[in-house]
Design a protein around this ligand. Structure first.
Ligand code: GAP
Length: 445
């Protein structure tokens, strides 16, 4: 049975140290979350896998880590100061604020139940502002970036002149973005502070449609590679009323979250909009001289823009299963692909005494060089397996008396719960092979 709900995920995340509400001891801060010991591993694994995929496995993509604070003119040029807003209404009675497009304006206030209490919709800019330097006036006002993409456009010429890249090429960046989201429902799905995985692909005008099709295919394949079930992923094309102000064409990869189909990543054809805007606002040329044709043009951009923190929620939702076992027991198992699981291998000595724990610790120390490991000596072995199933550890290595004699161990596979006896010398190879050949097993596979 599946039975994944957001409530169950929130509870598991807190109980097992994946995700906590920010500032919880002070009552929490809406729209901000802390990633605990297992959550940060899961998030970093998805991030690292994305980085490898985009920069190492693709020719001509280089990395960048631009600063969060940028010149305020950047956001005028990008259009965010004028356009990056949601229509909001306030309830005159209880002062609650809602997105006008997410509630029925004819109905009573969802918070206090008062009828006819809403103000006219007003545009509310989503950017957080702050001040830089000693003064606190309009001249020192800056913004926390609402997307990482602009850092890439602004550094386009720097990368071009320093990296021997030629069009077409891409710049990839991972980093925090900030949006003053008023509706922060659904756990980490929509938060005020979040992380993005963005890549801007610079290409010649006229080649953009072909590159757009190429990147669509690549990005969907990425989620299959990290083990997300294809039946839970689909495309959604933006209609004219949904298209962002800068986009010629846009498709979202949607995931079937517990609350329904929702956006996970956008693939956008941003044309030459951003570079043209920055050229105009900065007065600096943003064009490219094609060395073979001697043509000069402002490149077109195909953007792939994913939410890292949203991908963590997807990985959690996709992995979750409550399985009824033979005999009626129910186990909660997280079917993370071994490539992204926070712990890859747990080493479990069957008993503590007679040198078994020490022997097991030595095995674990060897495995550490290759994998994220965990060592657990306490509790009945069945209970220890369940604990590892619940945090999605794909492999458990059990050490017993026989291990001392013949240097073999039991390797247990999380999904099938099958066990095999193998030589310690073959463990690393066996785990790598199993990871390469991994296919989810379970009632929800
Ligand atoms: N540079 C283009 C851009 O930022 P977007 O569709 O606004 O496009 C891209 O955002 C991705 O960033 C989304 O698909 C989503 O995964 C993630 N994202 C956006 N707002 C978010 C929020 N408030 N909380 C978590 N993730 C968010």
């Amino acid at each position: 049975m599946s039975d994944v709900t957001l409530e169950k995920l929130v509870s598991l995340c807190k109980r097992r140290g994946f995700i906590f509400q920010s500032s919880e001891i002070y009552g929490g801060l809406n729209g901000a979350y802390d990633y605990g010991p297992l959550g940060v591993e899961l998030k970093n694994n998805i991030r690292d896998f994305w980085w490898k995929e985009m920069t190492r496995l693709h020719d001509d993509i280089v990395g960048l880590d631009a600063s969060i604070l940028m010149h305020p003119r950047v956001w005028e040029a990008s259009g965010h100061v004028q356009n990056f807003s949601d229509p909001m209404v306030d309830c005159r009675q209880c002062k609650s604020r809602f997105r006008a497009d997410q509630i029925d304006l004819e109905a009573a206030c969802p918070n206090c139940g008062t009828k006819d209490s809403f103000t006219e919709p007003r545009e509310f800019n989503l950017m957080f502002s702050t001040h830089i330097g000693a003064t606190n006036d309009a001249s020192s006002k800056i913004y926390l970036r609402p997307e990482t993409a602009q850092g890439i456009y602004v550094d386009f010429k720097n990368v071009l002149s320093s990296s021997r890249v030629k069009i077409p090429f891409g710049i990839a960046q991972v980093g925090k973005s900030f949006r003053n989201e008023i509706t922060t429902r659904h756990f980490i799905f929509r938060s005020c502070e979040f992380e993005q995985l963005e890549m801007q692909w610079f290409c010649a005008p006229g080649t953009d449609d072909d590159w757009f099709a190429y990147w669509k295919e690549q990005r969907l394949a990425f989620y299959h590679k990290i083990g997300i079930r294809p039946t839970h992923l689909r495309w959604h094309q933006h209609g004219p009323d949904e298209l962002a102000f800068y986009a010629k064409e846009a498709f979202d990869i949607q995931y079937l979250f517990p609350m329904g189909w929702q956006e996970l990543e956008g693939v956008h054809n941003r044309t030459d909009y951003d570079l043209t805007q920055h050229q105009e606002f900065s007065g600096k040329e943003m064009n490219y001289l094609d060395p073979t044709t001697n043509e000069r043009y402002i490149p077109y951009v195909v953007e792939t823009s994913a939410g890292l923190t949203r991908a963590v929620l997807m990985a959690l939702s996709d992995a979750y299963e409550e399985q009824t076992l033979e005999g009626g027991d129910v186990r909660t198992v997280m079917h993370f692909h071994p490539l992204i699981a926070p712990i890859t291998v747990a080493v479990l000595p069957l008993v503590k005494k007679d040198g078994i724990a020490e022997f097991a610790k030595d095995v674990e120390k060897e495995l550490r060089e290759e994998f994220a490991t965990f060592f657990d000596v306490s509790g009945a072995i069945g209970r220890r397996y369940r604990r590892m199933d619940e945090v999605g550890t794909p492999y458990c290595v059990t050490i017993d008396y026989q291990s001392l004699e013949d240097k073999t161990v039991t390797l247990r596979h999380r999904d099938s719960m099958e066990q095999e006896r193998i030589a310690i010398a073959d463990l690393v190879g066996a785990i790598k092979e199993a990871t390469k050949a991994y296919k989810r097993v379970g009632t929800e596979a």
